[in-house]
Design a protein around this ligand. Structure first.
Ligand SMILES: *[C@@H]1O[C@H](CO)[C@@H](O)[C@H](O)[C@H]1NC(C)=O
Ligand SMILES: *[C@@H]1O[C@H](CO)[C@@H](O)[C@H](O)[C@H]1NC(C)=O
Ligand SMILES: *[C@@H]1O[C@H](CO)[C@@H](O)[C@H](O)[C@H]1NC(C)=O
Ligand SMILES: *[C@@H]1O[C@H](CO)[C@@H](O)[C@H](O)[C@H]1NC(C)=O
Ligand SMILES: [Fe+2]
Length: 374
């Protein structure tokens, strides 16, 4: 009895040690100084030339299975057309699809004309060219659709979170672009522009972020997760609708996974089933997000998509004092389901420091503990 207790105690102590210090896996050391935002006249924020030229072009998956793409962009001189002209590399038969435009106001800021157009019925594994700004200044881009969903299709996801628009943000994006592994889709774990750091959440910084990231997101989908910097809740200036800039600018295919809200949804892409959760929407028992996730997890077909990936903004495990335990209440609600349905990997942002662990449950790393005990 005493021996068993001794071993258990040892196991627990080792657990704690492992959580505290998993070792160093990269020579990168973050600088101590605060990140400095790139000034508005920086090259990365340049406004594309030409009358009513589309800017801030971005794409994301437009359906459950990867055969549709949502194309979004902003025009500023006049509404212009919400049509997208597109064609596959192997054909010169061009098609046109019509979308919708939205605008919004935020305190004394008025947005440009924000267009969202969904291209559907695309072929898998195909390069498509597309054009926006039809009738005024037209700009051309391209993307490649993913392979058909299946267990044995290789695919490379990039992972970015908390990007912002500092000089370091530009380095982060370049680092991703220059990676020889060539990411095909970005899983973005929340906190996009950090416009809310500016007086009155100066939404001009949402526009500059859109222009900064266009060089990647116009050519490959970024899968969006909402972070705390998307909330933009500012009752002191009369802005009481949370997520207003984010939801007007970044559309996601939430209805395709029977979600009732853009903040939680799922997609399937290649061999992965990806569930996006909302750290800043209600997740307690009986809430819409809880009910949706309860129905969603049993739908995952591991024969078809062996990888089950979850994205969220606020991590459930974090050993830094910064944002410590902010994800704890959601962990308490959902971790038993993650264990039951064998989630492979959870990606989160929020804490601007890299950490990873093997599968964890209730703040202990099961596998490592067992290894030590043996
Ligand atoms: C909005 O208000 C701020 C603060 O009063 C001011 O500096 C800024 O110029 C105004 N912007 C517009 C577009 O009116
Ligand atoms: C811009 O494009 C729209 C939509 O095609 C068209 O109605 C409008 O006349 C164009 N404006 C100019 C100045 O050409
Ligand atoms: C951002 O990075 C790109 C690519 O590395 C570079 O061309 C550009 O000059 C950089 N801009 C700023 C403001 O750092
Ligand atoms: C899971 O996917 C496989 C492969 O596509 C399919 O044969 C099977 O019918 C699916 N299972 C369910 C329960 O839908
Ligand atoms: Fe955050």
């Amino acid at each position: 009895m005493g021996v068993v207790e001794g071993l258990l105690a040892l196991g627990l102590i080792l657990n704690v040690c492992v959580v505290c210090n998993g070792g160093t896996s990269s020579p990168f050391v973050r600088k101590v100084e605060k990140a400095v935002d790139m000034p508005l006249d920086s090259d990365v924020f340049a406004i594309p030339p030409g009358y009513n030229a589309p800017q801030q072009v971005h794409i994301t998956q437009g359906d459950l299975v990867g055969k549709a793409v949502i194309v979004s962009w902003v025009t500023v001189d006049e509404p212009g057309s919400s049509e997208v002209r597109y064609w596959s590399e192997n054909s010169d038969q061009k098609k046109i699809v019509e979308g919708k435009l939205v605008t919004y106001r935020f305190f004394n800021y008025t947005s440009g004309f924000i267009h969202h157009t969904t291209i559907r019925n695309l072929e898998y594994n195909t390069k498509y060219y597309y054009e926006v700004g039809l009738g005024n200044t037209t700009r051309q881009f391209w993307f490649v659709t993913p392979p058909e969903i299946g267990p044995d299709v290789p695919y490379t996801f990039g992972l970015i979170g908390d990007l912002g628009q500092s000089f370091d943000s530009n380095k982060t994006l370049s680092h991703y672009e220059l990676n020889p592994r060539k990411g095909q889709t970005v899983l973005f774990v929340g906190d996009l522009s950090y416009a809310d750091n500016y007086p009155n959440h100066d939404n001009i910084r949402w526009d500059s972020w859109g222009r900064f990231t266009e060089r990647s997101v116009a050519y490959q989908p970024w899968i969006w997760t909402a972070g705390n910097h998307e909330i933009d809740f500012a009752p002191e200036i009369g802005e009481t609708v949370p997520f207003k800039p984010y939801t007007h600018r970044y559309h996601v295919p939430y209805k395709a996974s029977q979600s009732t809200s853009p903040f939680w949804y799922s997609i399937k892409r290649a061999s992965a089933h990806i569930i996006v959760l909302a750290s800043y929407s209600a997740y307690g028992k009986y809430t819409p997000q809880y009910k949706w996730l309860e129905k969603e997890l049993p739908k995952v077909n591991r024969t078809e998509t062996p990888w089950l990936i979850v994205l969220m903004h606020s991590p459930w495990y974090n050993s830094y004092n910064y944002h410590y335990m902010e994800g704890e209440t959601m962990r308490v609600m959902y971790e038993p389901w993650f264990v039951q349905y064998k989630v492979d990997v959870v990606f989160a942002g929020h804490v601007h420091a890299y950490e990873r662990s093997v599968s964890a449950k209730t703040w202990s790393l099961k596998l490592l503990a067992l290894q030590f005990l043996i």
